[in-house]
Unconditional design. Structure first.
Length: 189
């Protein structure tokens, strides 16, 4: 049996919810805001949000029989390390393995006007790693992404620019007040 250990500083998101179209959108937006708060580059943020969207959509559309969709409960946890994010999604849907899942043949796909079928391929492509393990009666999807942050230099430049703008506005305001008071004083004489 393989074990792996992950050192993460932040468990930022831990929720259990019923999956439907609205909750999928909500969780993707919530995760995207969280990634923004962490200062993650927009490209990496978008990749992780898309991976969450694809995973939840696949669970919702393929994991349960049509009459069981009302009980489609999923848990999601997001962990942040120094240079990594781990997203763990667990569900009680029928057993599934990513290892044997293949994307559609592009030529056949285009000719048939089929919609969908790329979710797992997208996840495998945009995440650093992704795997599903079966733990008791749960599918546990573990997605990992090596992330890049908006550089400190860029942040410092933005802060310095904002400070300069603020300082220039304060100087202009002070000059205007001084000019107004001189005009007012001269008009009284």
């Amino acid at each position: 049996m393989n074990y792996f250990y992950v050192t993460c500083k932040v468990v930022a998101m831990k929720e259990t919810f019923v999956v439907n179209g609205k909750s999928i959108r909500d969780k993707c937006l919530e995760a995207s805001r969280l990634f923004d708060d962490w200062g993650i580059l927009p490209e990496d943020r978008d990749d992780m949000s898309l991976a969450i969207d694809e995973a939840l959509t696949n669970i919702y559309e393929h994991g349960y029989e049509a009459n069981d969709v009302k009980d489609c409960t999923v848990s999601i946890e997001v962990f942040k390390g120094e240079k990594d994010v781990y997203i763990v999604i667990a569900d009680y849907a029928r057993q599934f393995s990513m290892d044997h899942a293949q994307g559609p043949n592009i030529k056949t796909y285009v000719e048939s006007s089929q919609i969908g079928g790329f979710g797992i391929g997208i996840i495998k492509k945009i995440m650093s790693s992704a795997r599903v393990i079966r733990l008791f009666d749960e599918n546990v999807l573990i997605m990992h992404k090596s992330i890049r942050f908006i550089s400190n230099t860029f942040s410092k430049v933005l802060t310095k620019t904002a400070d300069n703008i603020l300082q220039n506005n304060i100087i202009k305001e002070s000059k205007n007040k001084l000019f107004s008071s001189v005009l007012f004083t001269n008009s009284i004489k």
